[in-house]
Design a protein around this ligand. Structure first.
Ligand code: MG
Length: 255
């Protein structure tokens, strides 16, 4: 079911968006060569406690999960691109790290992700990250009243294709509200002018993610982490966006 939020509710969602942005900023500043993924998870966990927020991930236990997730963020390194389960791993020079974080503040959820390179970047990794960020900006630009969901999805696909990247449609964006995953599903490719008509009050997470040389993924033995089929690296960019009569409002914008 698609739920629309009134302007008061959109205002109530702002603190969650700001907090998620604050945590991701702290994580991008903390992520460095030699830093353990468990330390990043610990930092986010402390910030959640101090804020009185609630993790969306720690008890997350969908049908495909072997057990509850148990951590408060997803840390996907190199050939891992989504749902990376934080584990005892120290970041190495040149690692491409994607961090995905969602939590609930005052009963409202925000969800956002960012990719970065620690230490010395490879140009191709910076280029891959730039494409996901550009696809996200393009999609947000289409998240306007009167457009259709296909316009948002198509904007992502168009950027990927122009960059010569494949698109995997198994995972995409989603409605965000009282819970992390609601309707509608927001695919990372689609046909312009098709699908749900966008109305004021629709709040969606838009999340392009791409792999350098494949569109196929597999699940790691940890039961969660999704890796590229060919070992190539992945990147992921995500914002929670409210569609308003004044245009798209990026609730998780980082200053
Ligand atoms: Mg997310």
């Amino acid at each position: 079911m698609i739920e629309l939020r009134n302007p008061t509710e959109i205002e109530q969602m702002r603190p969650a968006g700001l907090f998620v942005a604050e945590v991701l900023t702290a994580l991008t500043e903390a992520a460095d060569v030699g830093v353990n993924l468990l330390e990043l998870d610990g930092l986010a966990h402390r910030m959640i406690k101090e804020r009185g927020a609630e993790s969306c991930y720690i008890d997350y236990h969908p049908s495909f999960g072997a057990m509850p997730f148990g951590k408060v963020l997803c840390t996907s390194v190199n050939d891992a691109v989504l749902h990376g389960l934080p584990h005892d791993y120290r970041l190495r020079d040149g690692d491409l790290l994607s961090v995905d974080f969602a939590c609930s503040v005052d009963g409202w959820v925000a969800d956002s992700a960012v990719s970065l390179v620690v230490g010395t970047p490879r140009p191709e990794d910076l280029a891959l990250i730039e494409v996901t960020e550009r696809a996200l900006v393009a999609a947000i630009g289409q998240a306007t009243v009167g457009n259709r969901l296909g316009d948002v999805s198509h904007a992502i696909g168009e950027v990927a294709r122009a960059a010569g990247l494949g698109i995997n449609l198994q995972f995409g964006g989603h409605g965000v509200g009282r819970t992390m995953h609601g309707d509608p599903h927001v695919p990372n490719d689609g046909r312009p002018g098709r699908g749900l008509r966008l109305e004021p009050g629709l709040v969606i997470a838009i999340e392009p993610w791409f792999l350098a040389t494949t569109d196929r993924i597999y699940t790691d033995a940890d039961g969660w982490t999704l890796r590229s089929a060919d070992g190539s690296r992945g990147a992921h960019s995500e914002h929670t966006v409210a569609i308003t009569s004044d245009g798209p409002l990026v609730l998780t914008a980082r200053s």
